[in-house]
Structure formats: structure tokens, C-alpha cells
Design a protein around this ligand. Structure first.
Ligand SMILES: Cc1cc2nc3c(=O)[nH]c(=O)nc-3n(C[C@H](O)[C@H](O)[C@H](O)COP(=O)(O)OP(=O)(O)OC[C@H]3O[C@@H](n4cnc5c(N)ncnc54)[C@H](O)[C@@H]3O)c2cc1C
Length: 300
């Protein structure tokens, strides 16, 4: 492998960009640059990107919609891969089956399924990310997660660049954790249930309305900061610890939903992380509960 892996990447994939600021690819609008960044349109390009970085021994990070990510201020070393092109497609091959590219957006997928009278995904209509991100996070709410609906995932191995289909026992989902560590999901097959289009659309609308009432929709945030500890709600603990509205630099605990942190004034990742520390300390001191991060933190 050449010393100059970035030059090699540029030669193989002319769309690759270097020292690309990542803030614009995250819903937090925070984060430093990636050494190399490439958006790939098909499986061959994805494989080329992964193999070029892997052969050079560089780390690889897969970026979805950036709606669950805090990218640190000095950015991400190695390669950041984002899917586009054919991975944005959603197909309905028949029956209750849907095949979704990993770059398809979850809200659009849910609505497309509802329009065809396919039920199951309604609770996650307000999850703003991609299908790949939803599978990686086992995105969901108290009313349902994507994991139990997933039958197959076609994924690239990040160390070798080989494509494998995960099914059955390979599909291990847990609370906000999917089977994709060390992998890049390309597309997934989901199995939904038949239902009445009108009922499903009404459920989708009700979930959307509930979110508008209970979550900050128009601010820069990444959804829930912390996982709910067993038998408790992170938002309630943070609120009861008196932290609603607490700020560090440009980062603030949201007044509508205390488990959300907002970037309200040019926050740095270091502001968000200092606020995370403050919340963890205060909640531990008040209730003896250790809050674990749900958002993923990457970079240095
Ligand atoms: C307003 C708001 C509301 C939210 N509500 C919810 C909610 O109700 N429930 C919930 O679960 N989440 C919620 N979230 C969080 C977030 O939207 C989900 O975690 C979402 O699934 C992340 O998808 P993404 O594409 O943005 O992934 P990213 O944030 O880009 O990445 C998240 C993780 O997924 C990995 N990943 C992304 N794509 C792939 C891929 N193709 N292959 C392998 N790994 C991949 C990344 O490497 C990273 O580890 C909310 C966020 C916001 C901003």
C-alpha cells in the first residue's frame, strides 16, 4: 500500500475530499474535519473506499445522517464513508417485504410503507436518520424498534471489505445497539405486517404530533443524550436534578425535554462533553444512578 493513502484514495475515487469539516453532516452542527471523506454511490465504490483505507491501516467510520453523533473538535482520523446514490432506494418486491438502501431516510421509509398498507415502523417515523443508522442503533421508542422487523442486512466488513448477508443469529439487537460494529450496512430487508392504510397513516400522524409536543424539533441536537437506566427515565432524573436549562458554553440542557442537549450558540464538542460530565455527576450525586451515553462520540 502506498505511503500516501489519501492520494491513492483520490486516484481510485475522484469524489473523495480531504480535511472535510464534519459539522455540516451532523444535526448538532458540531465537529472538526475528517482526514478523508467520501460519499459512495454503489457497492463497488463502497468496497474500494473501505479496502483503500483498510490496506493502509487507517480507521474507517461510517456516517449516516449524523443525527446521533457528537464529532469531537479535532475531527476524525482516517476515512469517513457516507452512502448515497443507489443506497437511497426503497423497493417493495411483494407481500409485506421492504428492501431499503442504508442511505434511505427513516421518515420517508415509514410513510412509503404506510401508503402501501404496511405496518410496524410507525413508532419510528420521527427518527430523523438513515436506515443504516437505525439498524446500527436499533432505533426505536417504547412502542417499537427496527430490530424485530429486520430479516436480513447486506453489509461490508470494514477490515476486509467483503460483503456478507447477516440473518438469523447474526442479527443481534439490544437496547440502542445493532449488529453493525465493524461493518457498513448497504441495505436491509424488513418484514412488516399488512394493515389498513388509513389506520397506519393515522398512527403515523399521531406519533408525529406527539413529537412536536414533547421534543425540540427545530434546534441543533442529536435526540436523547443518555440511555434510560433500567426502570427509570433519564429525562426525569436530569430534570429532578435541577438541570433543565443548564449551559456550558454554547451547549444547553433543553427546556422541553431534559435528555436533549442543544447547540444553541456555536457550541464546541468540548462544551457538550463538559455538560455531559456535569449531568452525570449531578444525577449520580442526587440518585446514585450512572447515566450511560446513547449518542455516539467520535473523533479526537
Ligand atoms: C430530534 C431527534 C429525535 C430522535 N428520536 C429518536 C428516537 O425516538 N429513537 C431513537 O432510537 N433515536 C432517536 N434519535 C437519534 C437518531 O436519529 C437515531 O439514533 C438514528 O438511528 C441515527 O441514524 P443516523 O443515520 O443519523 O446515524 P449517525 O448518527 O450518522 O450514526 C449513528 C451510528 O450509526 C452508525 N451507522 C450509520 N450508518 C451506518 C451504516 N450504513 N452501516 C453501519 N453503521 C452505520 C454510525 O457509524 C454511528 O455509530 C433522534 C435524533 C434526533 C435529532
Amino acid at each position: 500500500m502506498p505511503e500516501d493513502w489519501r492520494g491513492e484514495l483520490a486516484r481510485r475515487l475522484p469524489r473523495a475530499r480531504f480535511d472535510e469539516p464534519l459539522a455540516k453532516y451532523t444535526t448538532f452542527k458540531i465537529g472538526g474535519p475528517a482526514d478523508a471523506f467520501v460519499e459512495v454511490e454503489d457497492a463497488a465504490q463502497a468496497q474500494t473506499a473501505v479496502r483503500t483505507a483498510a490496506e493502509a491501516g487507517r480507521p474507517i467510520f461510517v456516517l449516516g445522517w449524523g443525527s446521533n453523533l457528537l464529532v469531537r473538535d479535532r475531527g476524525v482520523r482516517g476515512l469517513v464513508v457516507k452512502l448515497g446514490g443507489e443506497f437511497e432506494r426503497v423497493d417493495f418486491p411483494g407481500g409485506e417485504v421492504v428492501r431499503a438502501g442504508a442511505a434511505a431516510r427513516v421518515p420517508q421509509l415509514v410513510v412509503a410503507c404506510a401508503e402501501r398498507g404496511l405496518s410496524g415502523l410507525e413508532p419510528i417515523v420521527g427518527v430523523p436518520g438513515t436506515v443504516g443508522g437505525a439498524l446500527a442503533m436499533n432505533a426505536g421508542t417504547r412502542d417499537g424498534e427496527i430490530g424485530p422487523l429486520t430479516r436480513e442486512i447486506e453489509a461490508l466488513d470494514l477490515s476486509e471489505g467483503d460483503v456478507r448477508v447477516l440473518r438469523g443469529a447474526d442479527l443481534k439487537f439490544a437496547y440502542r445497539e445493532g449488529p453493525l460494529r465493524g461493518r457498513l450496512a448497504l441495505r436491509a430487508t424488513l418484514l412488516l405486517k399488512p394493515g389498513s392504510k388509513g389506520d397506519i397513516m393515522a398512527a403515523v400522524a399521531a406519533y408525529q404530533q406527539k413529537r412536536l409536543r414533547t421534543q425540540p424539533i427545530h434546534t441543533f441536537n442529536v435526540g436523547s443524550t443518555f440511555k434510560n437506566p433500567p426502570g427509570a427515565f433519564a429525562a426525569r432524573l436530569i430534570e429532578q436534578a435541577g438541570l433543565k436549562g443548564a449551559c456550558v458554553g454554547g451547549a444547553r440542557v433543553c427546556a422541553i425535554h431534559a435528555n436533549f442537549i442543544e447547540n444553541f450558540a456555536g457550541a464546541k464538542a468540548s462544551d457538550v462533553l463538559a455538560l455531559v460530565d456535569l449531568i452525570q455527576e449531578r444525577v449520580r450525586a442526587a440518585f446514585g444512578v450512572g447515566l450511560e451515553l446513547e449518542m455516539r462520540v467520535v473523533g479526537e
